[in-house]
Write a protein that binds this ligand. Structure first.
Ligand SMILES: NC(=O)c1ccc[n+]([C@@H]2O[C@H](COP(=O)([O-])OP(=O)(O)OC[C@H]3O[C@@H](n4cnc5c(N)ncnc54)[C@H](OP(=O)(O)O)[C@@H]3O)[C@@H](O)[C@H]2O)c1
Length: 301
């Protein structure tokens, strides 16, 4: 099969397309004939060597954590999907940017989504769901999402609105209409955020989800009133200093099913900022690395 790989740390140019042997589904896993894979921040951060001390990469590595496609192998013990079903989901930290990917958490692609849109949902929904779950019941509460227009942030807006929250979201001004369409009240991030949020939510903010790692975590604690009301999925370093909880996405099919059910009701459609064929994955990584993606970038297979 064709796969993107890299044989050493470096800029996006280290990515090459190679013919390699296919992976197979182990117990509790499925393999897909992939239609598309998502490009995530973790992919380029690992590739660059930035995480070398905590998470050294074994080479060669196939970037990509989540994908969507048609099930073509079902591992032992799996009884909720069959060969031919269209699914999206998560595999390991590596392996998704390839014609076949093995998933250990998945959900059926809801009718309104294309397979390409579904490819943008896996890690975004898993991360958003993990962060929102940690904030407790959001019904009737006011939630601020920092970095609301990105892949994780936009999934979090849709999921939080569906859970009954009033959602405020930060993004650059060009993305404010996008946030409104998702159901959030938009504002810009950066200097003056505390004052802007006071104006938008005079009764205060009950909870904050940080999906940006922009350096604003201390301000977000001030906005929420205490560190316990803030969760970050993006800024582990500042979180530990401020007593804010930090979470990683987990391969949980239940949260993917929540995203799919929301998709089926028309409450969430992964927005694709750009799609690149596998041959152009270098450009996809470069674009993701600029850090201003609206929704998701995918590579098609
Ligand atoms: N914990 C986990 O398991 C996990 C999983 C996935 C992702 N993450 C992390 O979560 C973060 C978001 O991931 P993503 O995939 O959603 O990224 P993304 O799609 O690249 O989105 C990043 C968003 O951040 C916004 N942004 C840029 N600079 C900002 C600033 N100074 N203040 C506020 N927002 C700013 C951008 O909005 P504008 O374009 O409007 O500037 C963009 O929409 C990343 O740090 C990523 O590493 C963690």
């Amino acid at each position: 099969m064709r796969a993107a790989r890299y044989h050493g740390y470096g800029p996006a140019d280290v990515l090459v397309i190679e013919d390699i042997s296919e992976p197979h589904a182990g117990p509790g896993e499925v393999r897909i004939q992939a239609a598309a894979a998502s490009v995530n921040a973790i992919d380029w951060k690992l590739r660059s060597g930035a995480f070398h001390n905590n998470f050294p990469v074994e080479f060669p590595a196939i970037p990509g954590r989540d994908a969507a496609g048609v099930v073509d192998e079902v591992g032992a013990g799996v009884d909720d999907v069959m060969i031919g079903d269209e699914v999206f989901g998560l595999g390991g930290v590596f392996g998704a940017s390839a014609e076949h990917a093995v998933l250990s958490a998945w959900a059926l692609v809801p009718d309104p989504w294309t397979l390409e849109q579904a490819a943008g949902a896996g890690l975004a929904v898993a991360t958003a769901g993990r962060g929102l779950n940690a904030l407790g019941d959001l019904s009737g509460r006011t939630l601020l999402i920092e970095g609301a227009a990105g892949g994780v942030g936009s999934a979090a807006v849709a999921m939080a609105v569906a859970r009954g929250a009033t959602v405020l979201g930060t993004a650059s001004t060009g993305k404010h209409d996008f946030l409104r369409r998702l159901g959030a009240l938009p504002t810009t991030y950066g200097d003056g955020l505390i004052e802007r949020i006071r104006e938008l939510a005079p009764k205060g903010v009950d909870a904050v989800l940080d999906a940006a790692a922009s350096g604003s975590l201390a301000d977000l604690v001030t906005i929420a009133g205490s560190a316990g009301r803030v969760v970050t999925v993006a800024d582990a370093a500042r979180a530990s200093k401020l007593g804010v909880r930090h979470y990683y996405a987990e391969n949980e099919s239940a949260v993917l099913a929540e995203g799919a059910a929301l998709g089926a009701r028309g409450g969430y459609t992964p927005y694709l900022a750009a799609k690149y064929p596998l041959d152009k994955i270098t450009e996809a990584h470069r674009e993701a690395e600029r850090g201003h993606t609206q929704g998701k970038i995918i590579v098609t297979l």
